[in-house]
Design a binder for this molecule. Structure first.
Ligand code: ADP
Length: 350
């Protein structure tokens, strides 16, 4: 049972992707939030330009929808460089990388999304490319196999990942700059929504974009998607203009609650509370109970629940917190016995 959800990055269809791209900032001055990263990037880019050198390799990591791809494109625009984009799962063999690298010019950017999903041979093929700007490429096979040492132009690799922890140490160490993207606060999300509403020529009453920002899980992609759903609702049920009632009704229809949690978040927390008595529960077990991909739960559901203190990750597994229980109306039962016993929860209160 995979749930079609507003926050699921996996379910981006073509139309959604076009919408996403149309709202993507092109230069740093248009990027909202992530001040720390922007400052460091400005220094690195200015220094590289002054020296007339390409930038060092960069790794952006953090939950989906926070702007990793956006920043990679922004860096390319700011440096006046061409960007070639690919992703870990798409680069199956060394030849796929070779195809990208052989046409690359000095200062160009190679962007690899989901870089933690590169296969070991492809990753190892990249090491000399990143470090010494050359690759050892094997042509033919068996008796006729020949290794050609192929020099490359000095390029910049920008990697993006939701799981920096899954990157091998040798790959991680080849990045000169590693930046962790944080969730955005409500003021930043409101500013992002104002920018998007302007681009979409969407009119709204004061305070309505703030309502959407508060339910966007700290994530620009979620904010923009909710704006799109609310815009559709306003066109059908109203006069195209956003007011409080339109926003509240549209979000209710999407089953987005006051904290921005959706159906899958609630199912996740309820399974943890009711099936696993509050935890600790392993992520595989939870994924099986919900019929969802483990990766979806780890990448998309858990980061925000951890961030708002609804979930704890311990060595023994995931545990629900009392804040989550009170938000969902789940009643905390007395601890059974012994200090090591997990807390037990009973069914949802009616
Ligand atoms: P990621 O690669 O981390 O999954 P994206 O770069 O695709 O995320 O960002 C998703 C969307 O969020 C973009 O299309 C863009 O419209 C918006 N966005 C991301 N970061 C910012 C930002 N700093 N300012 C404004 N909008 C942003």
């Amino acid at each position: 049972m995979a749930i079609d959800r507003v926050i699921n990055s996996e379910s981006l269809d073509r139309q959604e992707e076009e919408f996403n791209v149309s709202l993507r900032p092109k230069f740093l001055s248009e990027c909202i939030g992530q001040t720390n990263i922007k400052e460091k990037l400005i220094i690195a880019m200015t220094a590289a330009k002054k020296r007339g050198e390409p930038l060092e390799h960069i790794l952006f990591y953090g939950p989906p929808g926070l702007g990793k791809t956006t920043l990679a494109n922004v860096v390319a625009n700011e440096m006046g460089a061409k960007i070639r984009c690919s992703s870990g799962p798409a680069l199956v063999k060394a030849g796929d990388v070779m195809g990208l690298l052989s046409n690359i010019n000095t200062g160009d950017i190679l962007f690899i999304d989901e870089i933690h999903r590169l296969s070991t041979p492809v990753e190892e093929f990249l090491y000399p490319a990143m470090e010494e700007f050359r690759v050892d490429f094997t042509v033919d096979s068996g008796l006729h196999a020949k290794t050609i040492n192929f020099p490359l132009k000095r390029f910049t690799l920008i990697g993006a990942t939701t799981r920096a922890g899954l990157l091998s140490a040798p790959l991680r160490s080849r990045f000169g700059m590693l930046y962790h993207l944080d969730f955005y606060n409500e003021a930043e999300l409101t500013a992002i929504l104002k920018r998007s509403a302007n681009l979409l020529k969407l009119k709204s009453d004061d305070g309505t974009l703030e309502l959407i920002a508060a339910r966007s899980r700290g994530t620009p992609r979620v904010a923009n998607r909710l704006l799109k759903r609310v815009r559709d609702y306003a066109q059908v049920k109203g006069k195209g203009h956003l007011n409080t009632a339109i926003v509240e009704n549209a979000l209710q229809m999407e089953q987005i609650d006051s904290l921005g949690l959706d159906e899958l978040d609630r199912l996740f927390l309820r399974a943890l509370a009711n099936v696993y008595e509050g935890g600790p529960a392993g992520i595989e077990a939870l994924a099986a109970t919900l019929g969802e991909e483990k990766d979806t739960l780890e990448d998309v559901v858990e980061p925000y629940l951890l961030q708002i203190g609804f979930l704890r990750r311990t060595k023994r597994g995931r545990e629900i917190t009392t804040q989550a229980c009170s938000h969902l109306g789940l009643k905390l039962r007395q601890k059974k016995q012994g200090i090591d016993q997990p807390e037990f929860f009973e069914q949802e209160q009616q």
